[in-house]
Write a protein that binds this ligand. Structure first.
Ligand code: GLU
Length: 457
């Protein structure tokens, strides 16, 4: 069977770095196994899901370097979900319930006060045909629950029923089906909650491994029971730790926290985002991998720790900067061209400035400085101005060699007696308008004699 994984976001907001972690775990697992990766939109909640969010998620994944083999939408698969629901009803495994949330809450409190587990007591199973008719005549519509297989003969006598699996991230796991309520699969308005469509689609798309956040661990117990009730083979499961903000607060898609789109718009490198999303919260070190292949080699799902990992935007910026500064010209040529940086100078220009920028977009400012002159006017005092004028008069004639900077500054040193910072800083300010920046020995040949003289104060 082909190893098949899926990332199944609900398109109800922009995905954030925590969602990217889930997507990448599935994508890298599939790649490592030479398998398939499906992007599935869990869009059964039609009130909150939108096509725009789905399109943005596709774009975000593409930017991260994830290429789905197939894209499906749950909203196109309602017939399959209906068939599965009908099958479960026929088997007596899906039963109608009429309680309001207030009634359920009241019962939960009573159970707690009697020291009983606060789970649904299956009262609706006791309703007769006539009771149901009467309730429906009162205007109540049923919601439908899945009867968990946690009893021998009598559903009102649940017993400890362990569901176990060997989690690809967390190792052996056990969930007791008697510790949870029969999950609601269908809402009062007839729409599906996530559980049933997810299992049906996983079966139909032959998903072999499901990797998701550890907030789904308990859910997995119920879903395994559902796979079995539908006569399907149970896939392997993995649950990774979640990411939180540095404050410890959970990331929320709806709040737009640290969305992938905002990181992209900030000019961060996609491989820095992907590297951090995958390598954070694990036993190994976090490093910026320059390619998906390199990240795939570092990816080890079982190395994730159990506790939540704090995501620090500062660390992301650092990784992104490292990647930018290591990029060879070939890797950025296209992006530089989009910034208007083209021609014979583009390559030596990149080599001169790449160590001084954070984001590729920052190259544009240096290009303006090289091509047009300083964009900021950092003032030189009178003495420095006189010194710079004198220095410019000592500028070597053309043709220039690559040693021109050395040649020029040693002349200036001899003639003026200035050295070190006293000599370099005013020259740097005159040439670039800034007190810091790329090596002037690399910049000078890019300016040329004429361009240099044009900066004479
Ligand atoms: N749509 C679900 C979610 O976003 C998917 C969970 C799963 O991977 O099964 O939580």
């Amino acid at each position: 069977m082909t190893v098949t994984l899926r990332f199944a976001p609900s398109p109800t907001g922009r995905i954030h770095i925590g969602n990217a972690r889930t997507a990448l775990f599935n994508w890298l697992f599939a790649r490592k196994a030479g398998g398939r990766f499906i992007l599935r939109f869990d869009d059964t909640d039609s009130a909150r899901s939108t096509r725009e969010f789905a399109d943005e998620i596709e774009r975000d994944l593409e930017w991260l370097g994830i290429e789905p083999d197939e894209i499906i939408r749950q909203s196109d698969r309602t017939d399959a979900h209906d068939r599965a629901a009908a099958f479960l009803r026929e088997k007596g495994l899906l039963y109608p319930c009429y309680e309001t949330p207030e009634e359920l809450e009241r019962r939960r409190k009573i159970r707690l006060s009697r020291r009983l587990p606060p789970v649904y007591g299956r009262e609706a199973l006791k309703l007769s045909e006539a009771d149901r008719k009467r309730l429906e005549e009162e205007g109540r519509s049923p919601h439908w629950r899945f009867l968990l297989p946690n009893f021998k003969d009598d559903p009102h006598q649940p017993e400890r029923t362990d569901v176990t699996w060997d989690d690809v991230v967390r190792g052996p796991q056990t969930v007791d089906l008697a510790s949870m309520s029969d999950p609601v699969l269908i809402r009062e308005d007839g729409t599906y909650l996530y559980t049933l469509p997810s299992v049906v689609d996983d079966i139909d798309t032959k998903v072999t491994h499901i990797i998701r956040g550890d907030d789904h661990v308990t859910n997995t117990g119920a879903q395994i029971a559902l796979f079995e009730a539908l006569g399907a083979q149970v896939p392997a499961f993995g649950h990774h730790n979640l990411l939180t903000a540095t404050s410890g607060e959970g990331l929320s898609k709806r709040k737009g926290a640290l969305s992938i789109a905002s990181l992209r718009e900030d000019g961060l490198e996609p491989m820095a985002v992907a590297s951090l999303a995958v390598l954070i919260g694990a036993s190994g070190s976090v490093e910026a991998c320059s390619s998906m292949k390199a990240l795939e080699e570092r990816f080890e799902p079982s190395a994730s720790s159990r506790s939540a990992a704090k995501f620090d935007p500062e660390e992301l910026r650092m990784l992104s900067r490292q990647l930018v500064q290591q990029k060879p010209f070939d890797a950025v040529e296209q992006r530089l061209a989009e910034l208007g940086i083209t021609g014979a100078k583009a390559k030596p220009f990149w080599q001169a400035i790449c160590g001084n920028i954070e984001k590729i977009e920052d190259a544009a400012e240096w290009w303006v400085i090289v091509e047009q002159g300083p964009s900021e006017d950092t003032p030189l005092d009178k003495a420095d101005q006189d010194f710079v004028r004198q220095a410019f008069d000592l500028l070597p004639e053309e043709p220039w060699t690559e040693n021109v900077w050395k040649e020029w500054t040693s002349r200036v040193k001899t003639e003026t007696g200035r050295k070190g910072k006293q000599l370099f800083k005013p020259l740097r300010i005159a040439l670039t308008g800034r007190e810091w920046g790329p090596e002037l020995s690399d910049l000078l040949p890019l300016l040329g004699r004429e361009g240099t003289l044009a900066r004479r104060p």
